[in-house]
Design a protein around this ligand. Structure first.
Ligand code: IVH
Length: 676
């Protein structure tokens, strides 16, 4: 191997680290995403060719490793304490008085920080490299979630040794901070979960906590967690005499430090800071539930000490919950962009923390039942961030209370409303329902669906608003003149777009099945259906029983597919797509025959007699199957060797079929193990 390669790799890593910091820590990128991807791909390429040069702190290694079985427990270097809460200026004054008494000073500087509503995390670095990430746990012992923490792009996997000079160049150090999920990421995740029929997270904090405790780092990587670091520990204590300097130095070293911190030399400044953020908190892209006040002089920290639970040098000022009571005037179903009908309460308008609230979401029918809410009831409503207000509980039932029932027909288009077995959500099955048309078009044109480059939100908005497109099939009737007439559309881009639309007619069947938006049919399921049925017509004609007989297709998905094709509006769109000349057939060569395990999920446990784990994995994957780390309802087979682990028990518990190596080999269409 030439030294040039090693050098190029190191250069690429440096550049990627630099740009990751610009993008994820400073929110100030210097290069485009495409350029960044290019650097990353080049590094991946070189590392693939020279696996001996891969290091654990390489930017390519953020999402590495197999799913964990569980998180090992690790003792914290010093306990991760919580904070005492205060709820009024009076209580905060008491805190200040105590600090001054105990420290023997007449005046103390404080640092005000936002109290981020996430979960705390401890990151350990050795020789500048991230070696461990721990959750708070019970404060004394945390869980080792290193693999997950590494996927958070604002967490440096490596820090420049020269930058540690201000801290006395420690070989080891620890930082602590908060892991949060930005509101946007939270809303996106919940929308996805809703569309997939999975339970939604109640708030960004639960969502961040649930994500960090995910066993599969690949899932964590998709969820856009973020961090803010607010503490450094070197040799058991803060590395500098002022907390304010510690925060600055953390930022200089490359950590993401919240910019909205303030050094307050007078108590009144602290109050101003608290008031200021109480009114500005809604503008943040993440949730805060108060302010943290810390003594700036870290030498006083030791002197002030701690109670059993919390330090005496810091306190939280909690913002009041923004709640109010009011009366439910009506409950109606609102159709969202994904076609899900959400019950919404129309309220007697009421002021909640300075904002007039006249609607609140009731989420779904289960929630209505849980709350026991009826029209006419007096309820407690709550506002958090900019999200739509929620009903917390019924305060008083009205004797004339009227129950809400989900309508049988979509209030927007009149399409059939259906609820899949075991699902909470009700949906409108009409793919061309105007309520979800824009979303359906974006999905249809998406990169993983029909891949119509250039058909983004701005264009979709215009096409729908101008009435040019009423369903996805209308895209194929658009003329160049029509496209040219749209805003920000030159002749050339109109031509390009039309060519893109034309080319998409050649998309493979699996893409088309995915693109038309059948409930619960994601990319993978679409591939399985294309492989199995080979044509859209055969899929359309399949009964629920036939569908359920296909590996990985459960009753819920089967019912979703049947309903979808049963809806006359959908069949009309499909006929239009046929006339436009889209590919409804899959060429036989691409079909399942050569891939006997297509669509099947396997879990391996124990030692197999002849195959190594990697060989078995390869065998399964080459036959079209997939190997996952843990047993779930979706697992088709658990392959059991000698000394099997807890996965075997889990398989029995869930009633998943177990097979041995010989059976696996047969299923994969081979006659005997390759090296037997
Ligand atoms: S300092 C020993 N600073 O609030 C004090 N905590 O109950 C260590 N939190 O567990 C915490 N933002 O998860 C600190 N700027 C901030 C914070 C913060 C949020 C959380 C943290 C802690 C809890 C305190």
């Amino acid at each position: 191997m030439s030294p040039d390669v090693a050098q190029e790799i190191e250069k690429l890593r440096e550049a990627i680290r630099y740009h990751e910091h610009r993008y994820y820590v400073l929110n100030d990128p210097e290069i485009s995403d495409a350029e960044f991807d290019r650097l990353m791909r080049r590094l991946q390429e070189l590392e693939r060719a020279h696996p001996e040069l891969v290091t654990p702190d390489s930017p390519t290694q953020r999402v590495g490793g197999a799913p964990a079985e569980e998180f090992p427990k690790v003792r914290h270097s010093t306990p991760m304490m919580s904070l005492d809460n205060t709820y009024s200026v009076e209580e905060l004054k008491d805190f200040d008085r105590r600090v001054r008494e105990l420290s023997g000073r007449s005046r103390v500087d404080y640092v005000g920080e936002l109290k981020l509503d996430g979960l705390s995390i401890a990151l350990h670095y050795e020789d500048g490299r991230l070696v461990r990430g721990l959750t708070r746990g019970d404060g004394v012992t945390g869980e080792d979630v290193t693999g997950n923490v590494k996927t958070i792009r604002s967490v440096p996997l490596r820090v420049e040794p020269a930058r540690l000079a201000a801290w006395g160049n420690p070989k080891r150090f620890e930082v602590r901070g908060e892991v949060i999920m930005p509101r946007k990421a939270f809303e996106k995740l919940n929308a996805q979960r809703e569309a997939a029929g999975e339970p939604k997270f109640a708030n960004p904090r639960n969502s961040a906590a649930g994500t960090l405790r995910q066993l599969d780092p690949r899932i964590v990587a998709e969820r856009q967690l973020d961090t803010y670091i607010y503490q450094a520990i070197v040799n058991g204590r803060p590395p500098l005499e002022e907390h304010w300097q510690v925060l600055d130095s953390l930022a200089a070293i490359g950590f993401k430090v919240n910019p909205h911190r303030r050094l307050c030399r007078r108590f009144e400044e602290l109050i101003d800071y608290i008031r200021e953020w109480e009114s500005k908190r809604d503008r943040l892209d993440y949730e805060i539930d108060g302010i943290v006040v810390k003594v700036n002089d870290t030498r006083l920290w030791e002197k002030l000490g701690a109670t059993a639970k919390s330090p005496r040098w810091a306190v939280a000022y909690k913002y009041p919950a923004r709640q109010a009571t009011t009366v439910v005037k009506n409950i109606r179903a609102q159709v969202g962009r994904t076609g899900i009908l959400t019950p919404v309460a129309d309220l007697e308008p009421v002021d909640v923390g300075g904002v007039t609230v006249s609607h609140a979401t009731l989420h779904n029918m289960d929630e209505i039942e849980r709350l026991g809410v009826r029209v006419g009831d007096t309820v407690l409503v709550q506002r958090a961030g900019e999200v739509i207000p929620q009903v917390v509980k019924v305060v008083k039932h009205s004797p004339q209370g009227r129950e809400f029932r989900m309508p049988k027909a979509c209030p927007v288009c009149g399409g059939e409303v259906f609820r899949a077995a075991g699902e909470v959500a009700y949906r409108c099955v009409n793919a061309a329902c105007p309520a979800k048309l824009k979303e359906s078009l974006l999905h249809f044109a998406g990169r993983r669906a029909m891949d119509i480059d250039g058909l983004g939100e701005a264009l979709v908005d215009q096409l729908v608003d101008k009435g040019l497109v009423k369903d996805v099939a209308d895209l194929y009737q658009l003329t160049e003149e029509q496209l040219e007439g749209l805003e920000r559309m030159g002749k050339k881009s109109a031509m390009n777009l039309q060519r893109e639309i034309e080319n998409s007619k050649q998309a493979e069947l699996a893409r088309l099945i995915y693109a038309i938006g059948i409930p619960f049919v994601g990319e993978r399921t679409a591939q399985i259906l294309a492989d199995h049925f080979g044509s859209l017509d055969r899929l359309m004609g399949a009964s629920a029983e036939e569908l359920e007989a296909v590996p990985e297709i459960g009753p819920k998905t089967a019912a979703g597919i049947v309903r979808f094709f049963h809806e006359p509006r959908n069949r009309r769109v499909i006929e239009k797509l046929r006339r436009a000349g889209l590919r409804f057939e899959q060429p036989p060569a691409a079909r399942r025959g050569a891939r006997p395990l297509a669509g099947m999920q396997f879990v391996l446990t124990g030692t197999l007699p002849t195959y190594s784990r990697d060989e078995a994995k390869k065998l399964i994957e080459e036959a079209g199957g997939r190997v996952t780390g843990s047993v779930s309802k979706r697992t088709n087979y658990v392959v059991v060797g000698s000394d099997p682990g807890s996965k075997l028990e889990k398989a029995r518990e869930l009633g998943i079929k177990t097979i041995d190596e010989a059976e696996l080999v047969k299923l994969a269409g081979k006659t005997a193990p390759v090296n037997a």
